[in-house]
Design a binder for this molecule. Sequence first.
Ligand code: PMP
Length: 477
Amino acid sequence: ESNWAHVEMAPPDPIIGVTEAWRADPDPRKLNLGVGAYRTEEGKPLVLACVREAEAQLMADPNSNHEYLPIAGNAEFCRLARTLALGGDCPALQGGRVATVQALSGEGAGGGNGGGRRGEGVCMARTGGGGEGRVATVQALSIEGAGGVEGGRRGEGVCMARTGGGGEGRVATVQALSGTGALRVGAEFLAAHLPSTAPRVVYLPSPTWGNHKTIFAKAGFQVREYRYFDAATRGLAFDGMCADLASAPRGAVLLLHACAHNPTGVDPSPQQWARILALAQEKALLPFFDSAYQGFASGDLDADAASLRLFVRSGLELVLAQSFAKNMGLYGERAGALSVVCKCKDTAGRVESQLKMVIRPMYSNPPMHGAAIAAKVLGDARLREMWRVELKGMAERIISMRRALYDALYERNVPGDWSFVLKQIGMFSYTGLSRVQCQKLVNKWHIHLTLDGRISMAGLSAQKAPYLADAIADVVA
Ligand code: PMP
């Protein structure tokens, strides 16, 4: 008798299963609208030219090797990633060089930040105290800063001046296994290190990316939902959302999609974000931003980070999970980052040491390749500009697919108001099609999608939009 005889078959993943069904479908008209990955007009995966070039440069470097990264990963990647999200002028990053140096030298010394340095008083003393003179990494230090590279490579004098400048530098960042890994490490850290008085409760939007629930549940959180999608308007259920947040227990974790909400494509307006921030402040909620689509939503990296930056500038502490899967097309490379924005830089140093304590027994240290590519693209002015243009191109193709689908539905006089197709943001559109209607799309029309009615606009092409509109017209008739 096998030890595993009693093991039951787990249910297939609802999203991964769609692509498998699509692969197995022999019909030439078939369409994969389940895939959460960018596709070209020809339906092919896209490797960005900036990524190809960064990769070629890495390969050609005679000094490259396959040594381990530190537990917290590629430090330059971490700095560039968080600056991309928070903005080069973010007050929380000014003086960030110091926090980063501490981390690096802590690693080098093998000891982290030592135990027992708790409490605000100590913290403030240390902030002013500046025992951070171990600057073996001046060049790396100077890379972080407004606008990245051009402003970055300053001389030692400037760097030292800034180190002494007493800015904030209160963001702890570690490399993570893409967005999923960042969420998981973040959730584990919070479960272990939130104040003992805070509830281990997380509020997720309803609906949300399915993996959120499991990630937080696995980390020991009680998972609750706040109203988000309003089926009647196919827009935001804003009043319901506010009511749910207002009744959340003080100190609960509040998961927010930074932009391009998955699966609904519905984002709050700037005014609504301001209200959500006010509620988070009133209820002392801890915001956890999931940023999986920066630049992919609007085509503008800064515009897509506006919600996050609003929160950071308000002075709140928060957590940020970043993924480079979509916006750099690095899906399988697992390039991501986790940042914890703290009240002061001493706290950031201690937080980073504890993030490493989460990572070490989980997977020891992250893979190098994807982070090295992303760091090259972010840190080289020319590659970064190439990226900006290519990213905008991806976002614009998706936006144009919304127009193509809307026009084709309009031409066919498909009953109902389909203007939401134009209004929704990012890779997905949440159609409101029923499970039965979705099944008919799959079985009769060979259009593969998740049965919640989510369609990936990235899987559509101008050529296939009329076919999809025919199929939708048929299933809603
Ligand atoms: N969060 C959201 C909202 C997502 O849509 C995704 C990808 N589907 C992720 C996180 C994580 O993706 P990855 O781990 O590939 O970066």
